[in-house]
Design a binder for this molecule. Structure first.
Ligand code: KG4
Ligand code: ZN
Length: 346
């Protein structure tokens, strides 16, 4: 069990990231993690523009890799393998990352490992807290929302997820409809703190159906309707109206996530895990009330609740390096035929 040092590369959405992770026996350490966001580049467009993202990744990847190596005080000679997000994601960005990783692997004579971005998120609890299999993960970000039982580095059981928008996307759209700054999650959470959750009642979709699937696209329609009704009655929105709209919206998201988490936990607990644990991943995990609701639901079920540090919950390359290390340790290797996959379900 010699220690492994893995270079990770991530570029599947709007973050250009490179990281170095060392795996020594069961202990993992992040030696360096560099993330260059692109929020400013997309700010005028109301969303991530794939062409702009791909070009920015192509320009920034080398710099991010160099920066990560410098911060870790390493050269490629001290690296054992290169792990890269090979999907799912925006194809241009994933291609930029895969080409960069192939170049480094070929140039330095290193093994190449293609990593599923979702597996990176799902394995993060092992990177930060050496969590044992099987555990439950709720992945909630701007692009994803699903429950996974993680049984091994390549063994995931998907219990359900959103059938339309991801919650982060719903937060972002809500912010846009109310004229609040992007990313919407933090702005909506801030406004909701002074809002009245009981004034406006938003729907809790799919709670009447069995299973762990969720739906969030109807929420924004409901919010739009509520906003327009207030505007029509009062010829505008006051600060308090906006706060109440945010509070009502956030309460609905919280309720849906809490109830579906309750169901996912009961399916997971039926496997009789020795040390029951549910972890969150994704940017929405930053939300205070959502965290609080999940903490309660976990306690009810007798499971530990884990929220890794936020910089490892949002998109980063350390999780890709770590997932790559687990795959490498299992003997997994890719070669120059590694393909970028825009769709790649776990
Ligand atoms: O994981 P992430 O950084 O990127 C991906 O989507 O992959 O997640 C970003 C999402 C955005 O939609 C953002 O609005 C949301 O996470 N978010 C939040 C909060 N902070 C970030 N949503 C709710 N409450 C927050 N405090
Ligand atoms: Zn992600």
């Amino acid at each position: 069990n010699t220690p492994l040092t893995i270079l990770g590369i991530e570029s599947s959405c709007d973050d250009t990231a490179a990281a170095l992770v060392r795996l020594d026996g069961g202990a993992a350490a992040v030696l360096a993690s560099v993330v260059h966001g692109q929020t400013m580049l997309h700010a005028d467009f109301g969303g991530v523009v794939p062409e702009i993202a791909a070009r920015a990744h192509a320009e920034k990847l080398d710099i991010a890799v160099r920066e990560a190596l410098a911060r870790a005080r390493l050269t490629l000679a001290g690296v054992d393998a290169v792990a890269v997000t090979a999907g799912p994601g925006l194809i241009g960005g994933v291609l930029s990352g895969v080409m960069c990783a192939k170049g480094i692997a070929a140039g330095a004579g290193l093994p190449l490992i293609g990593v599923n971005h979702l597996a990176g998120h799902a394995l993060t609890p092992r990177l930060t807290d050496a969590v044992a299999f099987p555990y439950l993960v709720l992945l909630v970000s701007g692009g994803h929302c699903q429950f996974l039982i993680v049984r091994g580095p390549e063994d995931f059981a998907r219990l359900g997820g959103t059938i339309d928008d991801a919650p982060g996307e719903a937060f972002d759209k809500t912010a846009r409809l109310l004229g609040l700054p992007q990313p919407g999650g933090p702005s909506v959470e801030r406004e909701a703190a002074t809002g009245d959750t009981s004034r406006l009642r938003f729907p809790r979709p799919l709670l009447d159906r069995p299973g762990c699937d969720m739906s969030f696209s109807g929420l924004k329609t409901a919010l739009l309707r509520a906003r327009d009704q207030i505007v029509a009655e009062k010829f505008g929105l006051t600060r308090q109206d906006r706060a109440d709209l945010c509070a009502g919206f956030q309460a609905a998201v919280c309720d849906v996530l809490a109830e579906k988490t309750r169901r996912a936990l009961s399916l997971y607990m039926a496997e009789a895990p020795a040390a029951p644990l549910i972890a969150v991943a994704g940017g929405v995990a930053a939300n205070g009330p959502i965290r609080a609701a999940l903490t309660d639901v976990a306690a009810e079920a007798g499971a530990r609740f884990l929220a890794p540090p936020l910089e490892l919950c949002t998109d980063n390359a350390a999780m890709i390096a770590y997932a790559g290390a687990e795959l490498y340790a299992q003997g997994h290797r890719d070669d120059m035929t590694l393909a970028a996959r825009p769709r790649w379900p776990l």
